[in-house]
Design a protein around this ligand. Structure first.
Ligand code: FA5
Ligand code: MG
Length: 447
């Protein structure tokens, strides 16, 4: 039994997603708060940690087509049916998914674009192919990445949020390519990379079977390539993160090894399937799902001659590892104390700040004439009077009067509690005491 979220009387007859208008119906449950998120475009803000991570991953896959601007409004068909989701699959329910109407929804995963992009490649559909940032690199979409915002009616905690970001990876191989790499590997003179043995972590059992369309050799080749590719990517990225943490001298973040494990999983669109988990701060964190693409999808795309693998990474999970961001909600913060910590192409270790609103107060004064003024005396004084309510003290202005030769400075004292909201009244009182003490102890003249 699905509960209606809004009564039909209050529901608008149409709604807009990124400039396109859709009729609503009894399936509609996308709230305006969620629809507002479709315009935030975190992946397109070059100094946002999610965008930095996206670019890092794109760089690891130079031969793949890169997509990062596909609209989140997708058809129910693309999100579910094309991937073989059963008609009664729990993921389709209105309690799990944000519907625009019965036929359209906010994508719940980047896998929604698998069939569509494979097909576009086979059919040469420029309207989709040209959306790739590097459309010349893999013009047939035989290998591609899709980074995008995805939407789910999910629990909310430190690692879950109703909007998050995923990176889909799809890689296909021609069956004859696999055949010839096999015979190359079996020739004793060849140094070509050998076809993998299914490793003992890769137990393919009846719950997680290979597909009858595939040979054991094909599955071994695909799975080996997939796991190696994903491992390399994660190792590359975590190594960068560790280097950044070392530079930052971060004593709280000394983890230097990130063990990975593969857990048997089930997805309607891959078989066999796994989840990749990374050990982070003592906990196994699920960062992606992956597997051998269901042959039906490739067949539907007109790629009967090819086989392949796919993965879907949660970008927030990786970004939390990479940048040391402790809470998924921070990615949505427009607080400059968050956004100013990151720069394009750089991995900085996040420095925690209070989530309570800051209360900045400026103090302007003339330096003592003939006397000395040391900034650190001011710092100590502020710390003494205001204690931990002060987050920072910063010089914001400085000048010397051309006639009198007197020098003026203005400091901004940023008041902010770690655990509660502060009132202007209490801060004004503290600021008055700071100003008082400055006159008495530093010999300055307030302006
Ligand atoms: C999927 O979404 C599949 N489409 C992944 C896939 C792709 C499988 C291709 C096979 C082939 P899943 O629901 O497990 O699977 O999500 C994938 C990743 O997204 C998770 O491992 C996790 O890192 C991240 N994720 C899932 N839910 C949330 C959430 N609420 N908040 C943040 N990250 C999430
Ligand atoms: Mg999962």
């Amino acid at each position: 039994t699905t509960r209606t979220l809004r009564d039909s009387a209050s529901q608008p007859s149409e709604l807009k997603v990124l400039g396109s208008t859709y009729a609503t119906d009894k399936w509609t449950n996308a709230t305006s708060a969620i629809l507002d998120k479709t315009g935030r475009n975190l992946l397109h803000q070059p100094s946002h940690p999610l965008a930095i991570l996206k670019e890092l991953i794109f760089k690891e896959f130079p031969t793949f087509a890169h997509y990062d601007a596909i609209t989140p409004a997708v058809s129910t068909y693309n999100n579910f049916d094309s991937l073989g989701f059963a008609k009664d699959h729990i993921g389709r329910s209105r309690s799990d998914t944000y519907y625009i109407n019965e036929k359209m929804l906010l994508r719940t995963h980047t896998s929604a674009h698998q069939l569509q992009l494979l097909k576009a490649g086979r059919q040469g559909d420029r309207s989709l192919l040209d959306q790739a940032k590097n459309s010349k690199v893999a013009p047939m979409n035989e290998r591609f990445l899709v980074a995008a915002d995805v939407y789910r009616r999910d629990e909310i905690d430190a690692s879950h949020y109703p909007v998050f970001h995923q990176m889909e990876g799809v890689c296909t191989f021609s069956r004859s390519e696999i055949q010839s790499s096999r015979s190359a590997a079996s020739s004793p003179s060849s140094s070509a990379s050998p076809v993998a043995q299914l490793s003992d972590t890769t137990v393919i059992n009846s719950e997680n079977p290979m597909q009858p369309e595939h040979t054991e050799e094909e599955v071994a080749f695909i799975v080996e390539d997939m796991k190696r590719t994903m491992n390399n990517m994660v190792v590359q990225i975590l190594t960068k993160a560790v280097a950044a943490k070392k530079t930052a001298g971060d004593a709280d973040n000394t983890q230097t090894e990130f063990p990975v494990r593969w857990i048997d999983a089930y997805f309607p669109f891959t078989s066999p399937s796994w989840e990749m988990e990374v050990l982070f701060q003592g906990e196994w964190l699920e960062i992606c799902g992956c597997g051998v693409i269901k042959q039906k999808i490739l067949d539907d795309a007109g790629m009967t001659d090819r086989v392949g693998w796919a993965f879907g990474f949660g970008l927030e999970r990786l970004a939390m590892l990479l940048f040391g961001v402790p809470d998924i909600r921070l990615f949505w913060s427009s607080d400059p104390r968050f956004t100013n910590q990151f720069a394009p192409g750089q991995i900085n270790t996040f420095r925690a700040f209070s989530r309570h609103p800051p209360c900045p107060k400026d103090v302007s004064f003339w330096l003592p004439q003939g006397g000395e003024f040391h900034e650190n005396d001011l710092m100590d004084l502020v710390r003494e009077v205001a204690g931990d309510l002060v987050e920072g003290v910063k010089l914001v202005d400085e000048f010397t009067h051309p006639k009198t030769g007197k020098s003026s400075r203005c400091y901004r004292i940023n008041y902010c509690s770690m655990d509660r909201n502060v009132t202007h009244e209490e801060i004004n009182e503290i600021q008055d005491r700071v100003r008082d003490q400055m006159v008495q102890r530093l010999g300055i003249t307030l302006r």
